[in-house]
Design a protein around this ligand. Structure first.
Ligand code: SF4
Length: 416
């Protein structure tokens, strides 16, 4: 932890105590100086961004956490609540003062080199896992190490991630009003979603860098939202459904490893009672069912398998898993949808169809691999975390500047 990060933490809390802006408090919570474990801070940040003031969520213990983590979060909340105009934030959070350098250069002497530390294994400090933490590990083990062990760099997010957060919030509000979309409601739904998108982007306005960005992203979301209505109207004609879960908090115990997550949307088919799980995607995703199944089989993506096992354990009969692409306003919303079947129908790897089948055996293999990874990460045996082999993985990585061994793209190699 460096001095500037501590200064930033203090400045953020000072700004929060003057303005009461929850976004600032969330930023402070995610700083290593809050002492709140990274995963827990991220989960509370997501909850607060979607459901209201952070302190209320913490004091109401809205997340089920192990006792020691709950105590740390409550301590953070009590400390910030006690902040007044003259509070010494460094003392309150027990942040050491930066060492003073003596002004007389003659007093500076070179010391003896210390012996290198003995290399020991690293153990995951996570109280619970998530599909996204395992996806990060599958993407790049070094990235997982930076994010979940070191918590060294705060990921400030980007306008693309704020676009995603705001769009998710708009759809959550929309389906609160329209849990049972019907074709005759189409005009009203089109009007309603315009209001939901506007309101969601107002709520997250402060997280964009500029007013122009807010406007451009909002316009893109408005166009995409109308395409989303096209799709749900067509779906409601084909097979009426009821949305019974929005940003549904989900927990699962896998061989003693606790997992948590949020499911964007859960539908029940009105005729059969079968459950479909939907994940909204505002970034780049697999463009075909074959591509997504390949990711699951390569253990590169655990999101939908995790949701499948979590909802199955909760008693649902899950028959469909789908990713809903919401990135491109120029394209129709065409989900990548997998029907869950006992044995998957063979599908050509190059097939561009957005629909396909996934076998229970594939989902079981994904579950076994999740358990294996958790064992690896908690064994304390791992002494190294290799970098990604594909430079693509580094494009938006928050740890790029600290990652000396990262693979270089052809352009970077040429530039050296
Ligand atoms: S910069 Fe690349 S190699 Fe380094 S941690 Fe990030 S993704 Fe991994």
């Amino acid at each position: 932890m460096n001095v500037s990060a501590a200064d930033e933490f203090v400045a953020t809390l000072n700004a929060w105590s003057r303005s009461g802006n929850d976004a600032l408090l969330i930023r402070a919570l995610r700083s290593p100086y809050s002492r709140v474990p990274h995963d827990t801070a991220a989960a509370y940040a997501t909850l607060a961004e979607r459901a209201g003031p952070l302190l209320d969520a913490i004091f109401a213990s809205r997340l089920a956490l192990p006792a020691d983590e709950r105590d740390v979060v409550l301590r953070f909340a009590e400390r910030v609540k006690s902040l007044g105009e003259d509070s010494d934030i460094r003392a309150l959070f027990e942040i050491a003062e930066p060492p003073r350098i003596k002004e007389d250069p003659a007093e500076l002497r070179l010391g003896h080199a210390v012996d290198a530390d003995t290399q020991t294994g690293v153990r995951a400090r996570q109280g619970h896992f998530s599909a996204s933490s395992l996806n990060a590990y599958a993407d790049c083990a070094r990235k997982w190490y930076y994010r979940y062990v070191c918590s060294a760099v705060e990921d400030p997010g980007s306008s693309a991630s704020t676009y995603g957060t705001a769009f998710h919030a708009a759809l959550e509000d929309f389906h609160g009003e329209y849990p049972h979309p019907e074709p005759q409601h189409e005009p009203a739904m089109r009007v309603r979603i315009v209001g939901d998108v506007n309101w969601a982007f107002e709520r997250y306005r402060a997280d964009f860098d500029t007013a122009v960005e807010v406007e451009l992203h909002k316009r893109r979301a408005q166009r995409t939202a109308q395409r989303y209505i096209d799709w749900i109207v067509a779906e409601s004609k084909r097979a009426p459904f009821t949305v019974f879960g929005r940003e549904a908090s989900t927990e699962l115990d896998l061989a003693g490893f606790p997992f948590v997550g949020y499911i964007d949307r859960l539908d029940r088919d009105d005729a059969t009672g079968a459950v479909s799980i939907f994940d909204y995607k505002t970034g780049s995703i697999a463009t075909s069912a074959a591509e997504y199944i390949d990711d699951v089989r390569k253990f590169a993506d655990f999101q939908l398998p995790f949701y499948y096992w979590a909802r199955t354990a909760a008693g649902d009969r899950v028959t469909k898993l789908a990713l809903i692409p919401l990135k491109d306003a120029l394209l129709d919303v065409r989900p990548v949808a997998l029907e869950v079947v006992p044995v998957a129908t063979p599908q050509a790897k190059r097939s561009s169809s957005p629909t396909g089948t996934i076998g229970i055996a594939d989902l079981e293999r994904a579950r076994s691999r999740m358990i294996e990874i958790c064992r690896e990460l908690t064994s304390g045996q791992r002494t190294s975390f290799p970098v990604a082999s594909d430079p693509e993985a580094c494009t938006f990585c928050a740890y790029k500047n600290s990652c000396r061994d990262r693979p270089l793209s052809e352009r970077e190699k040429f530039g050296r």
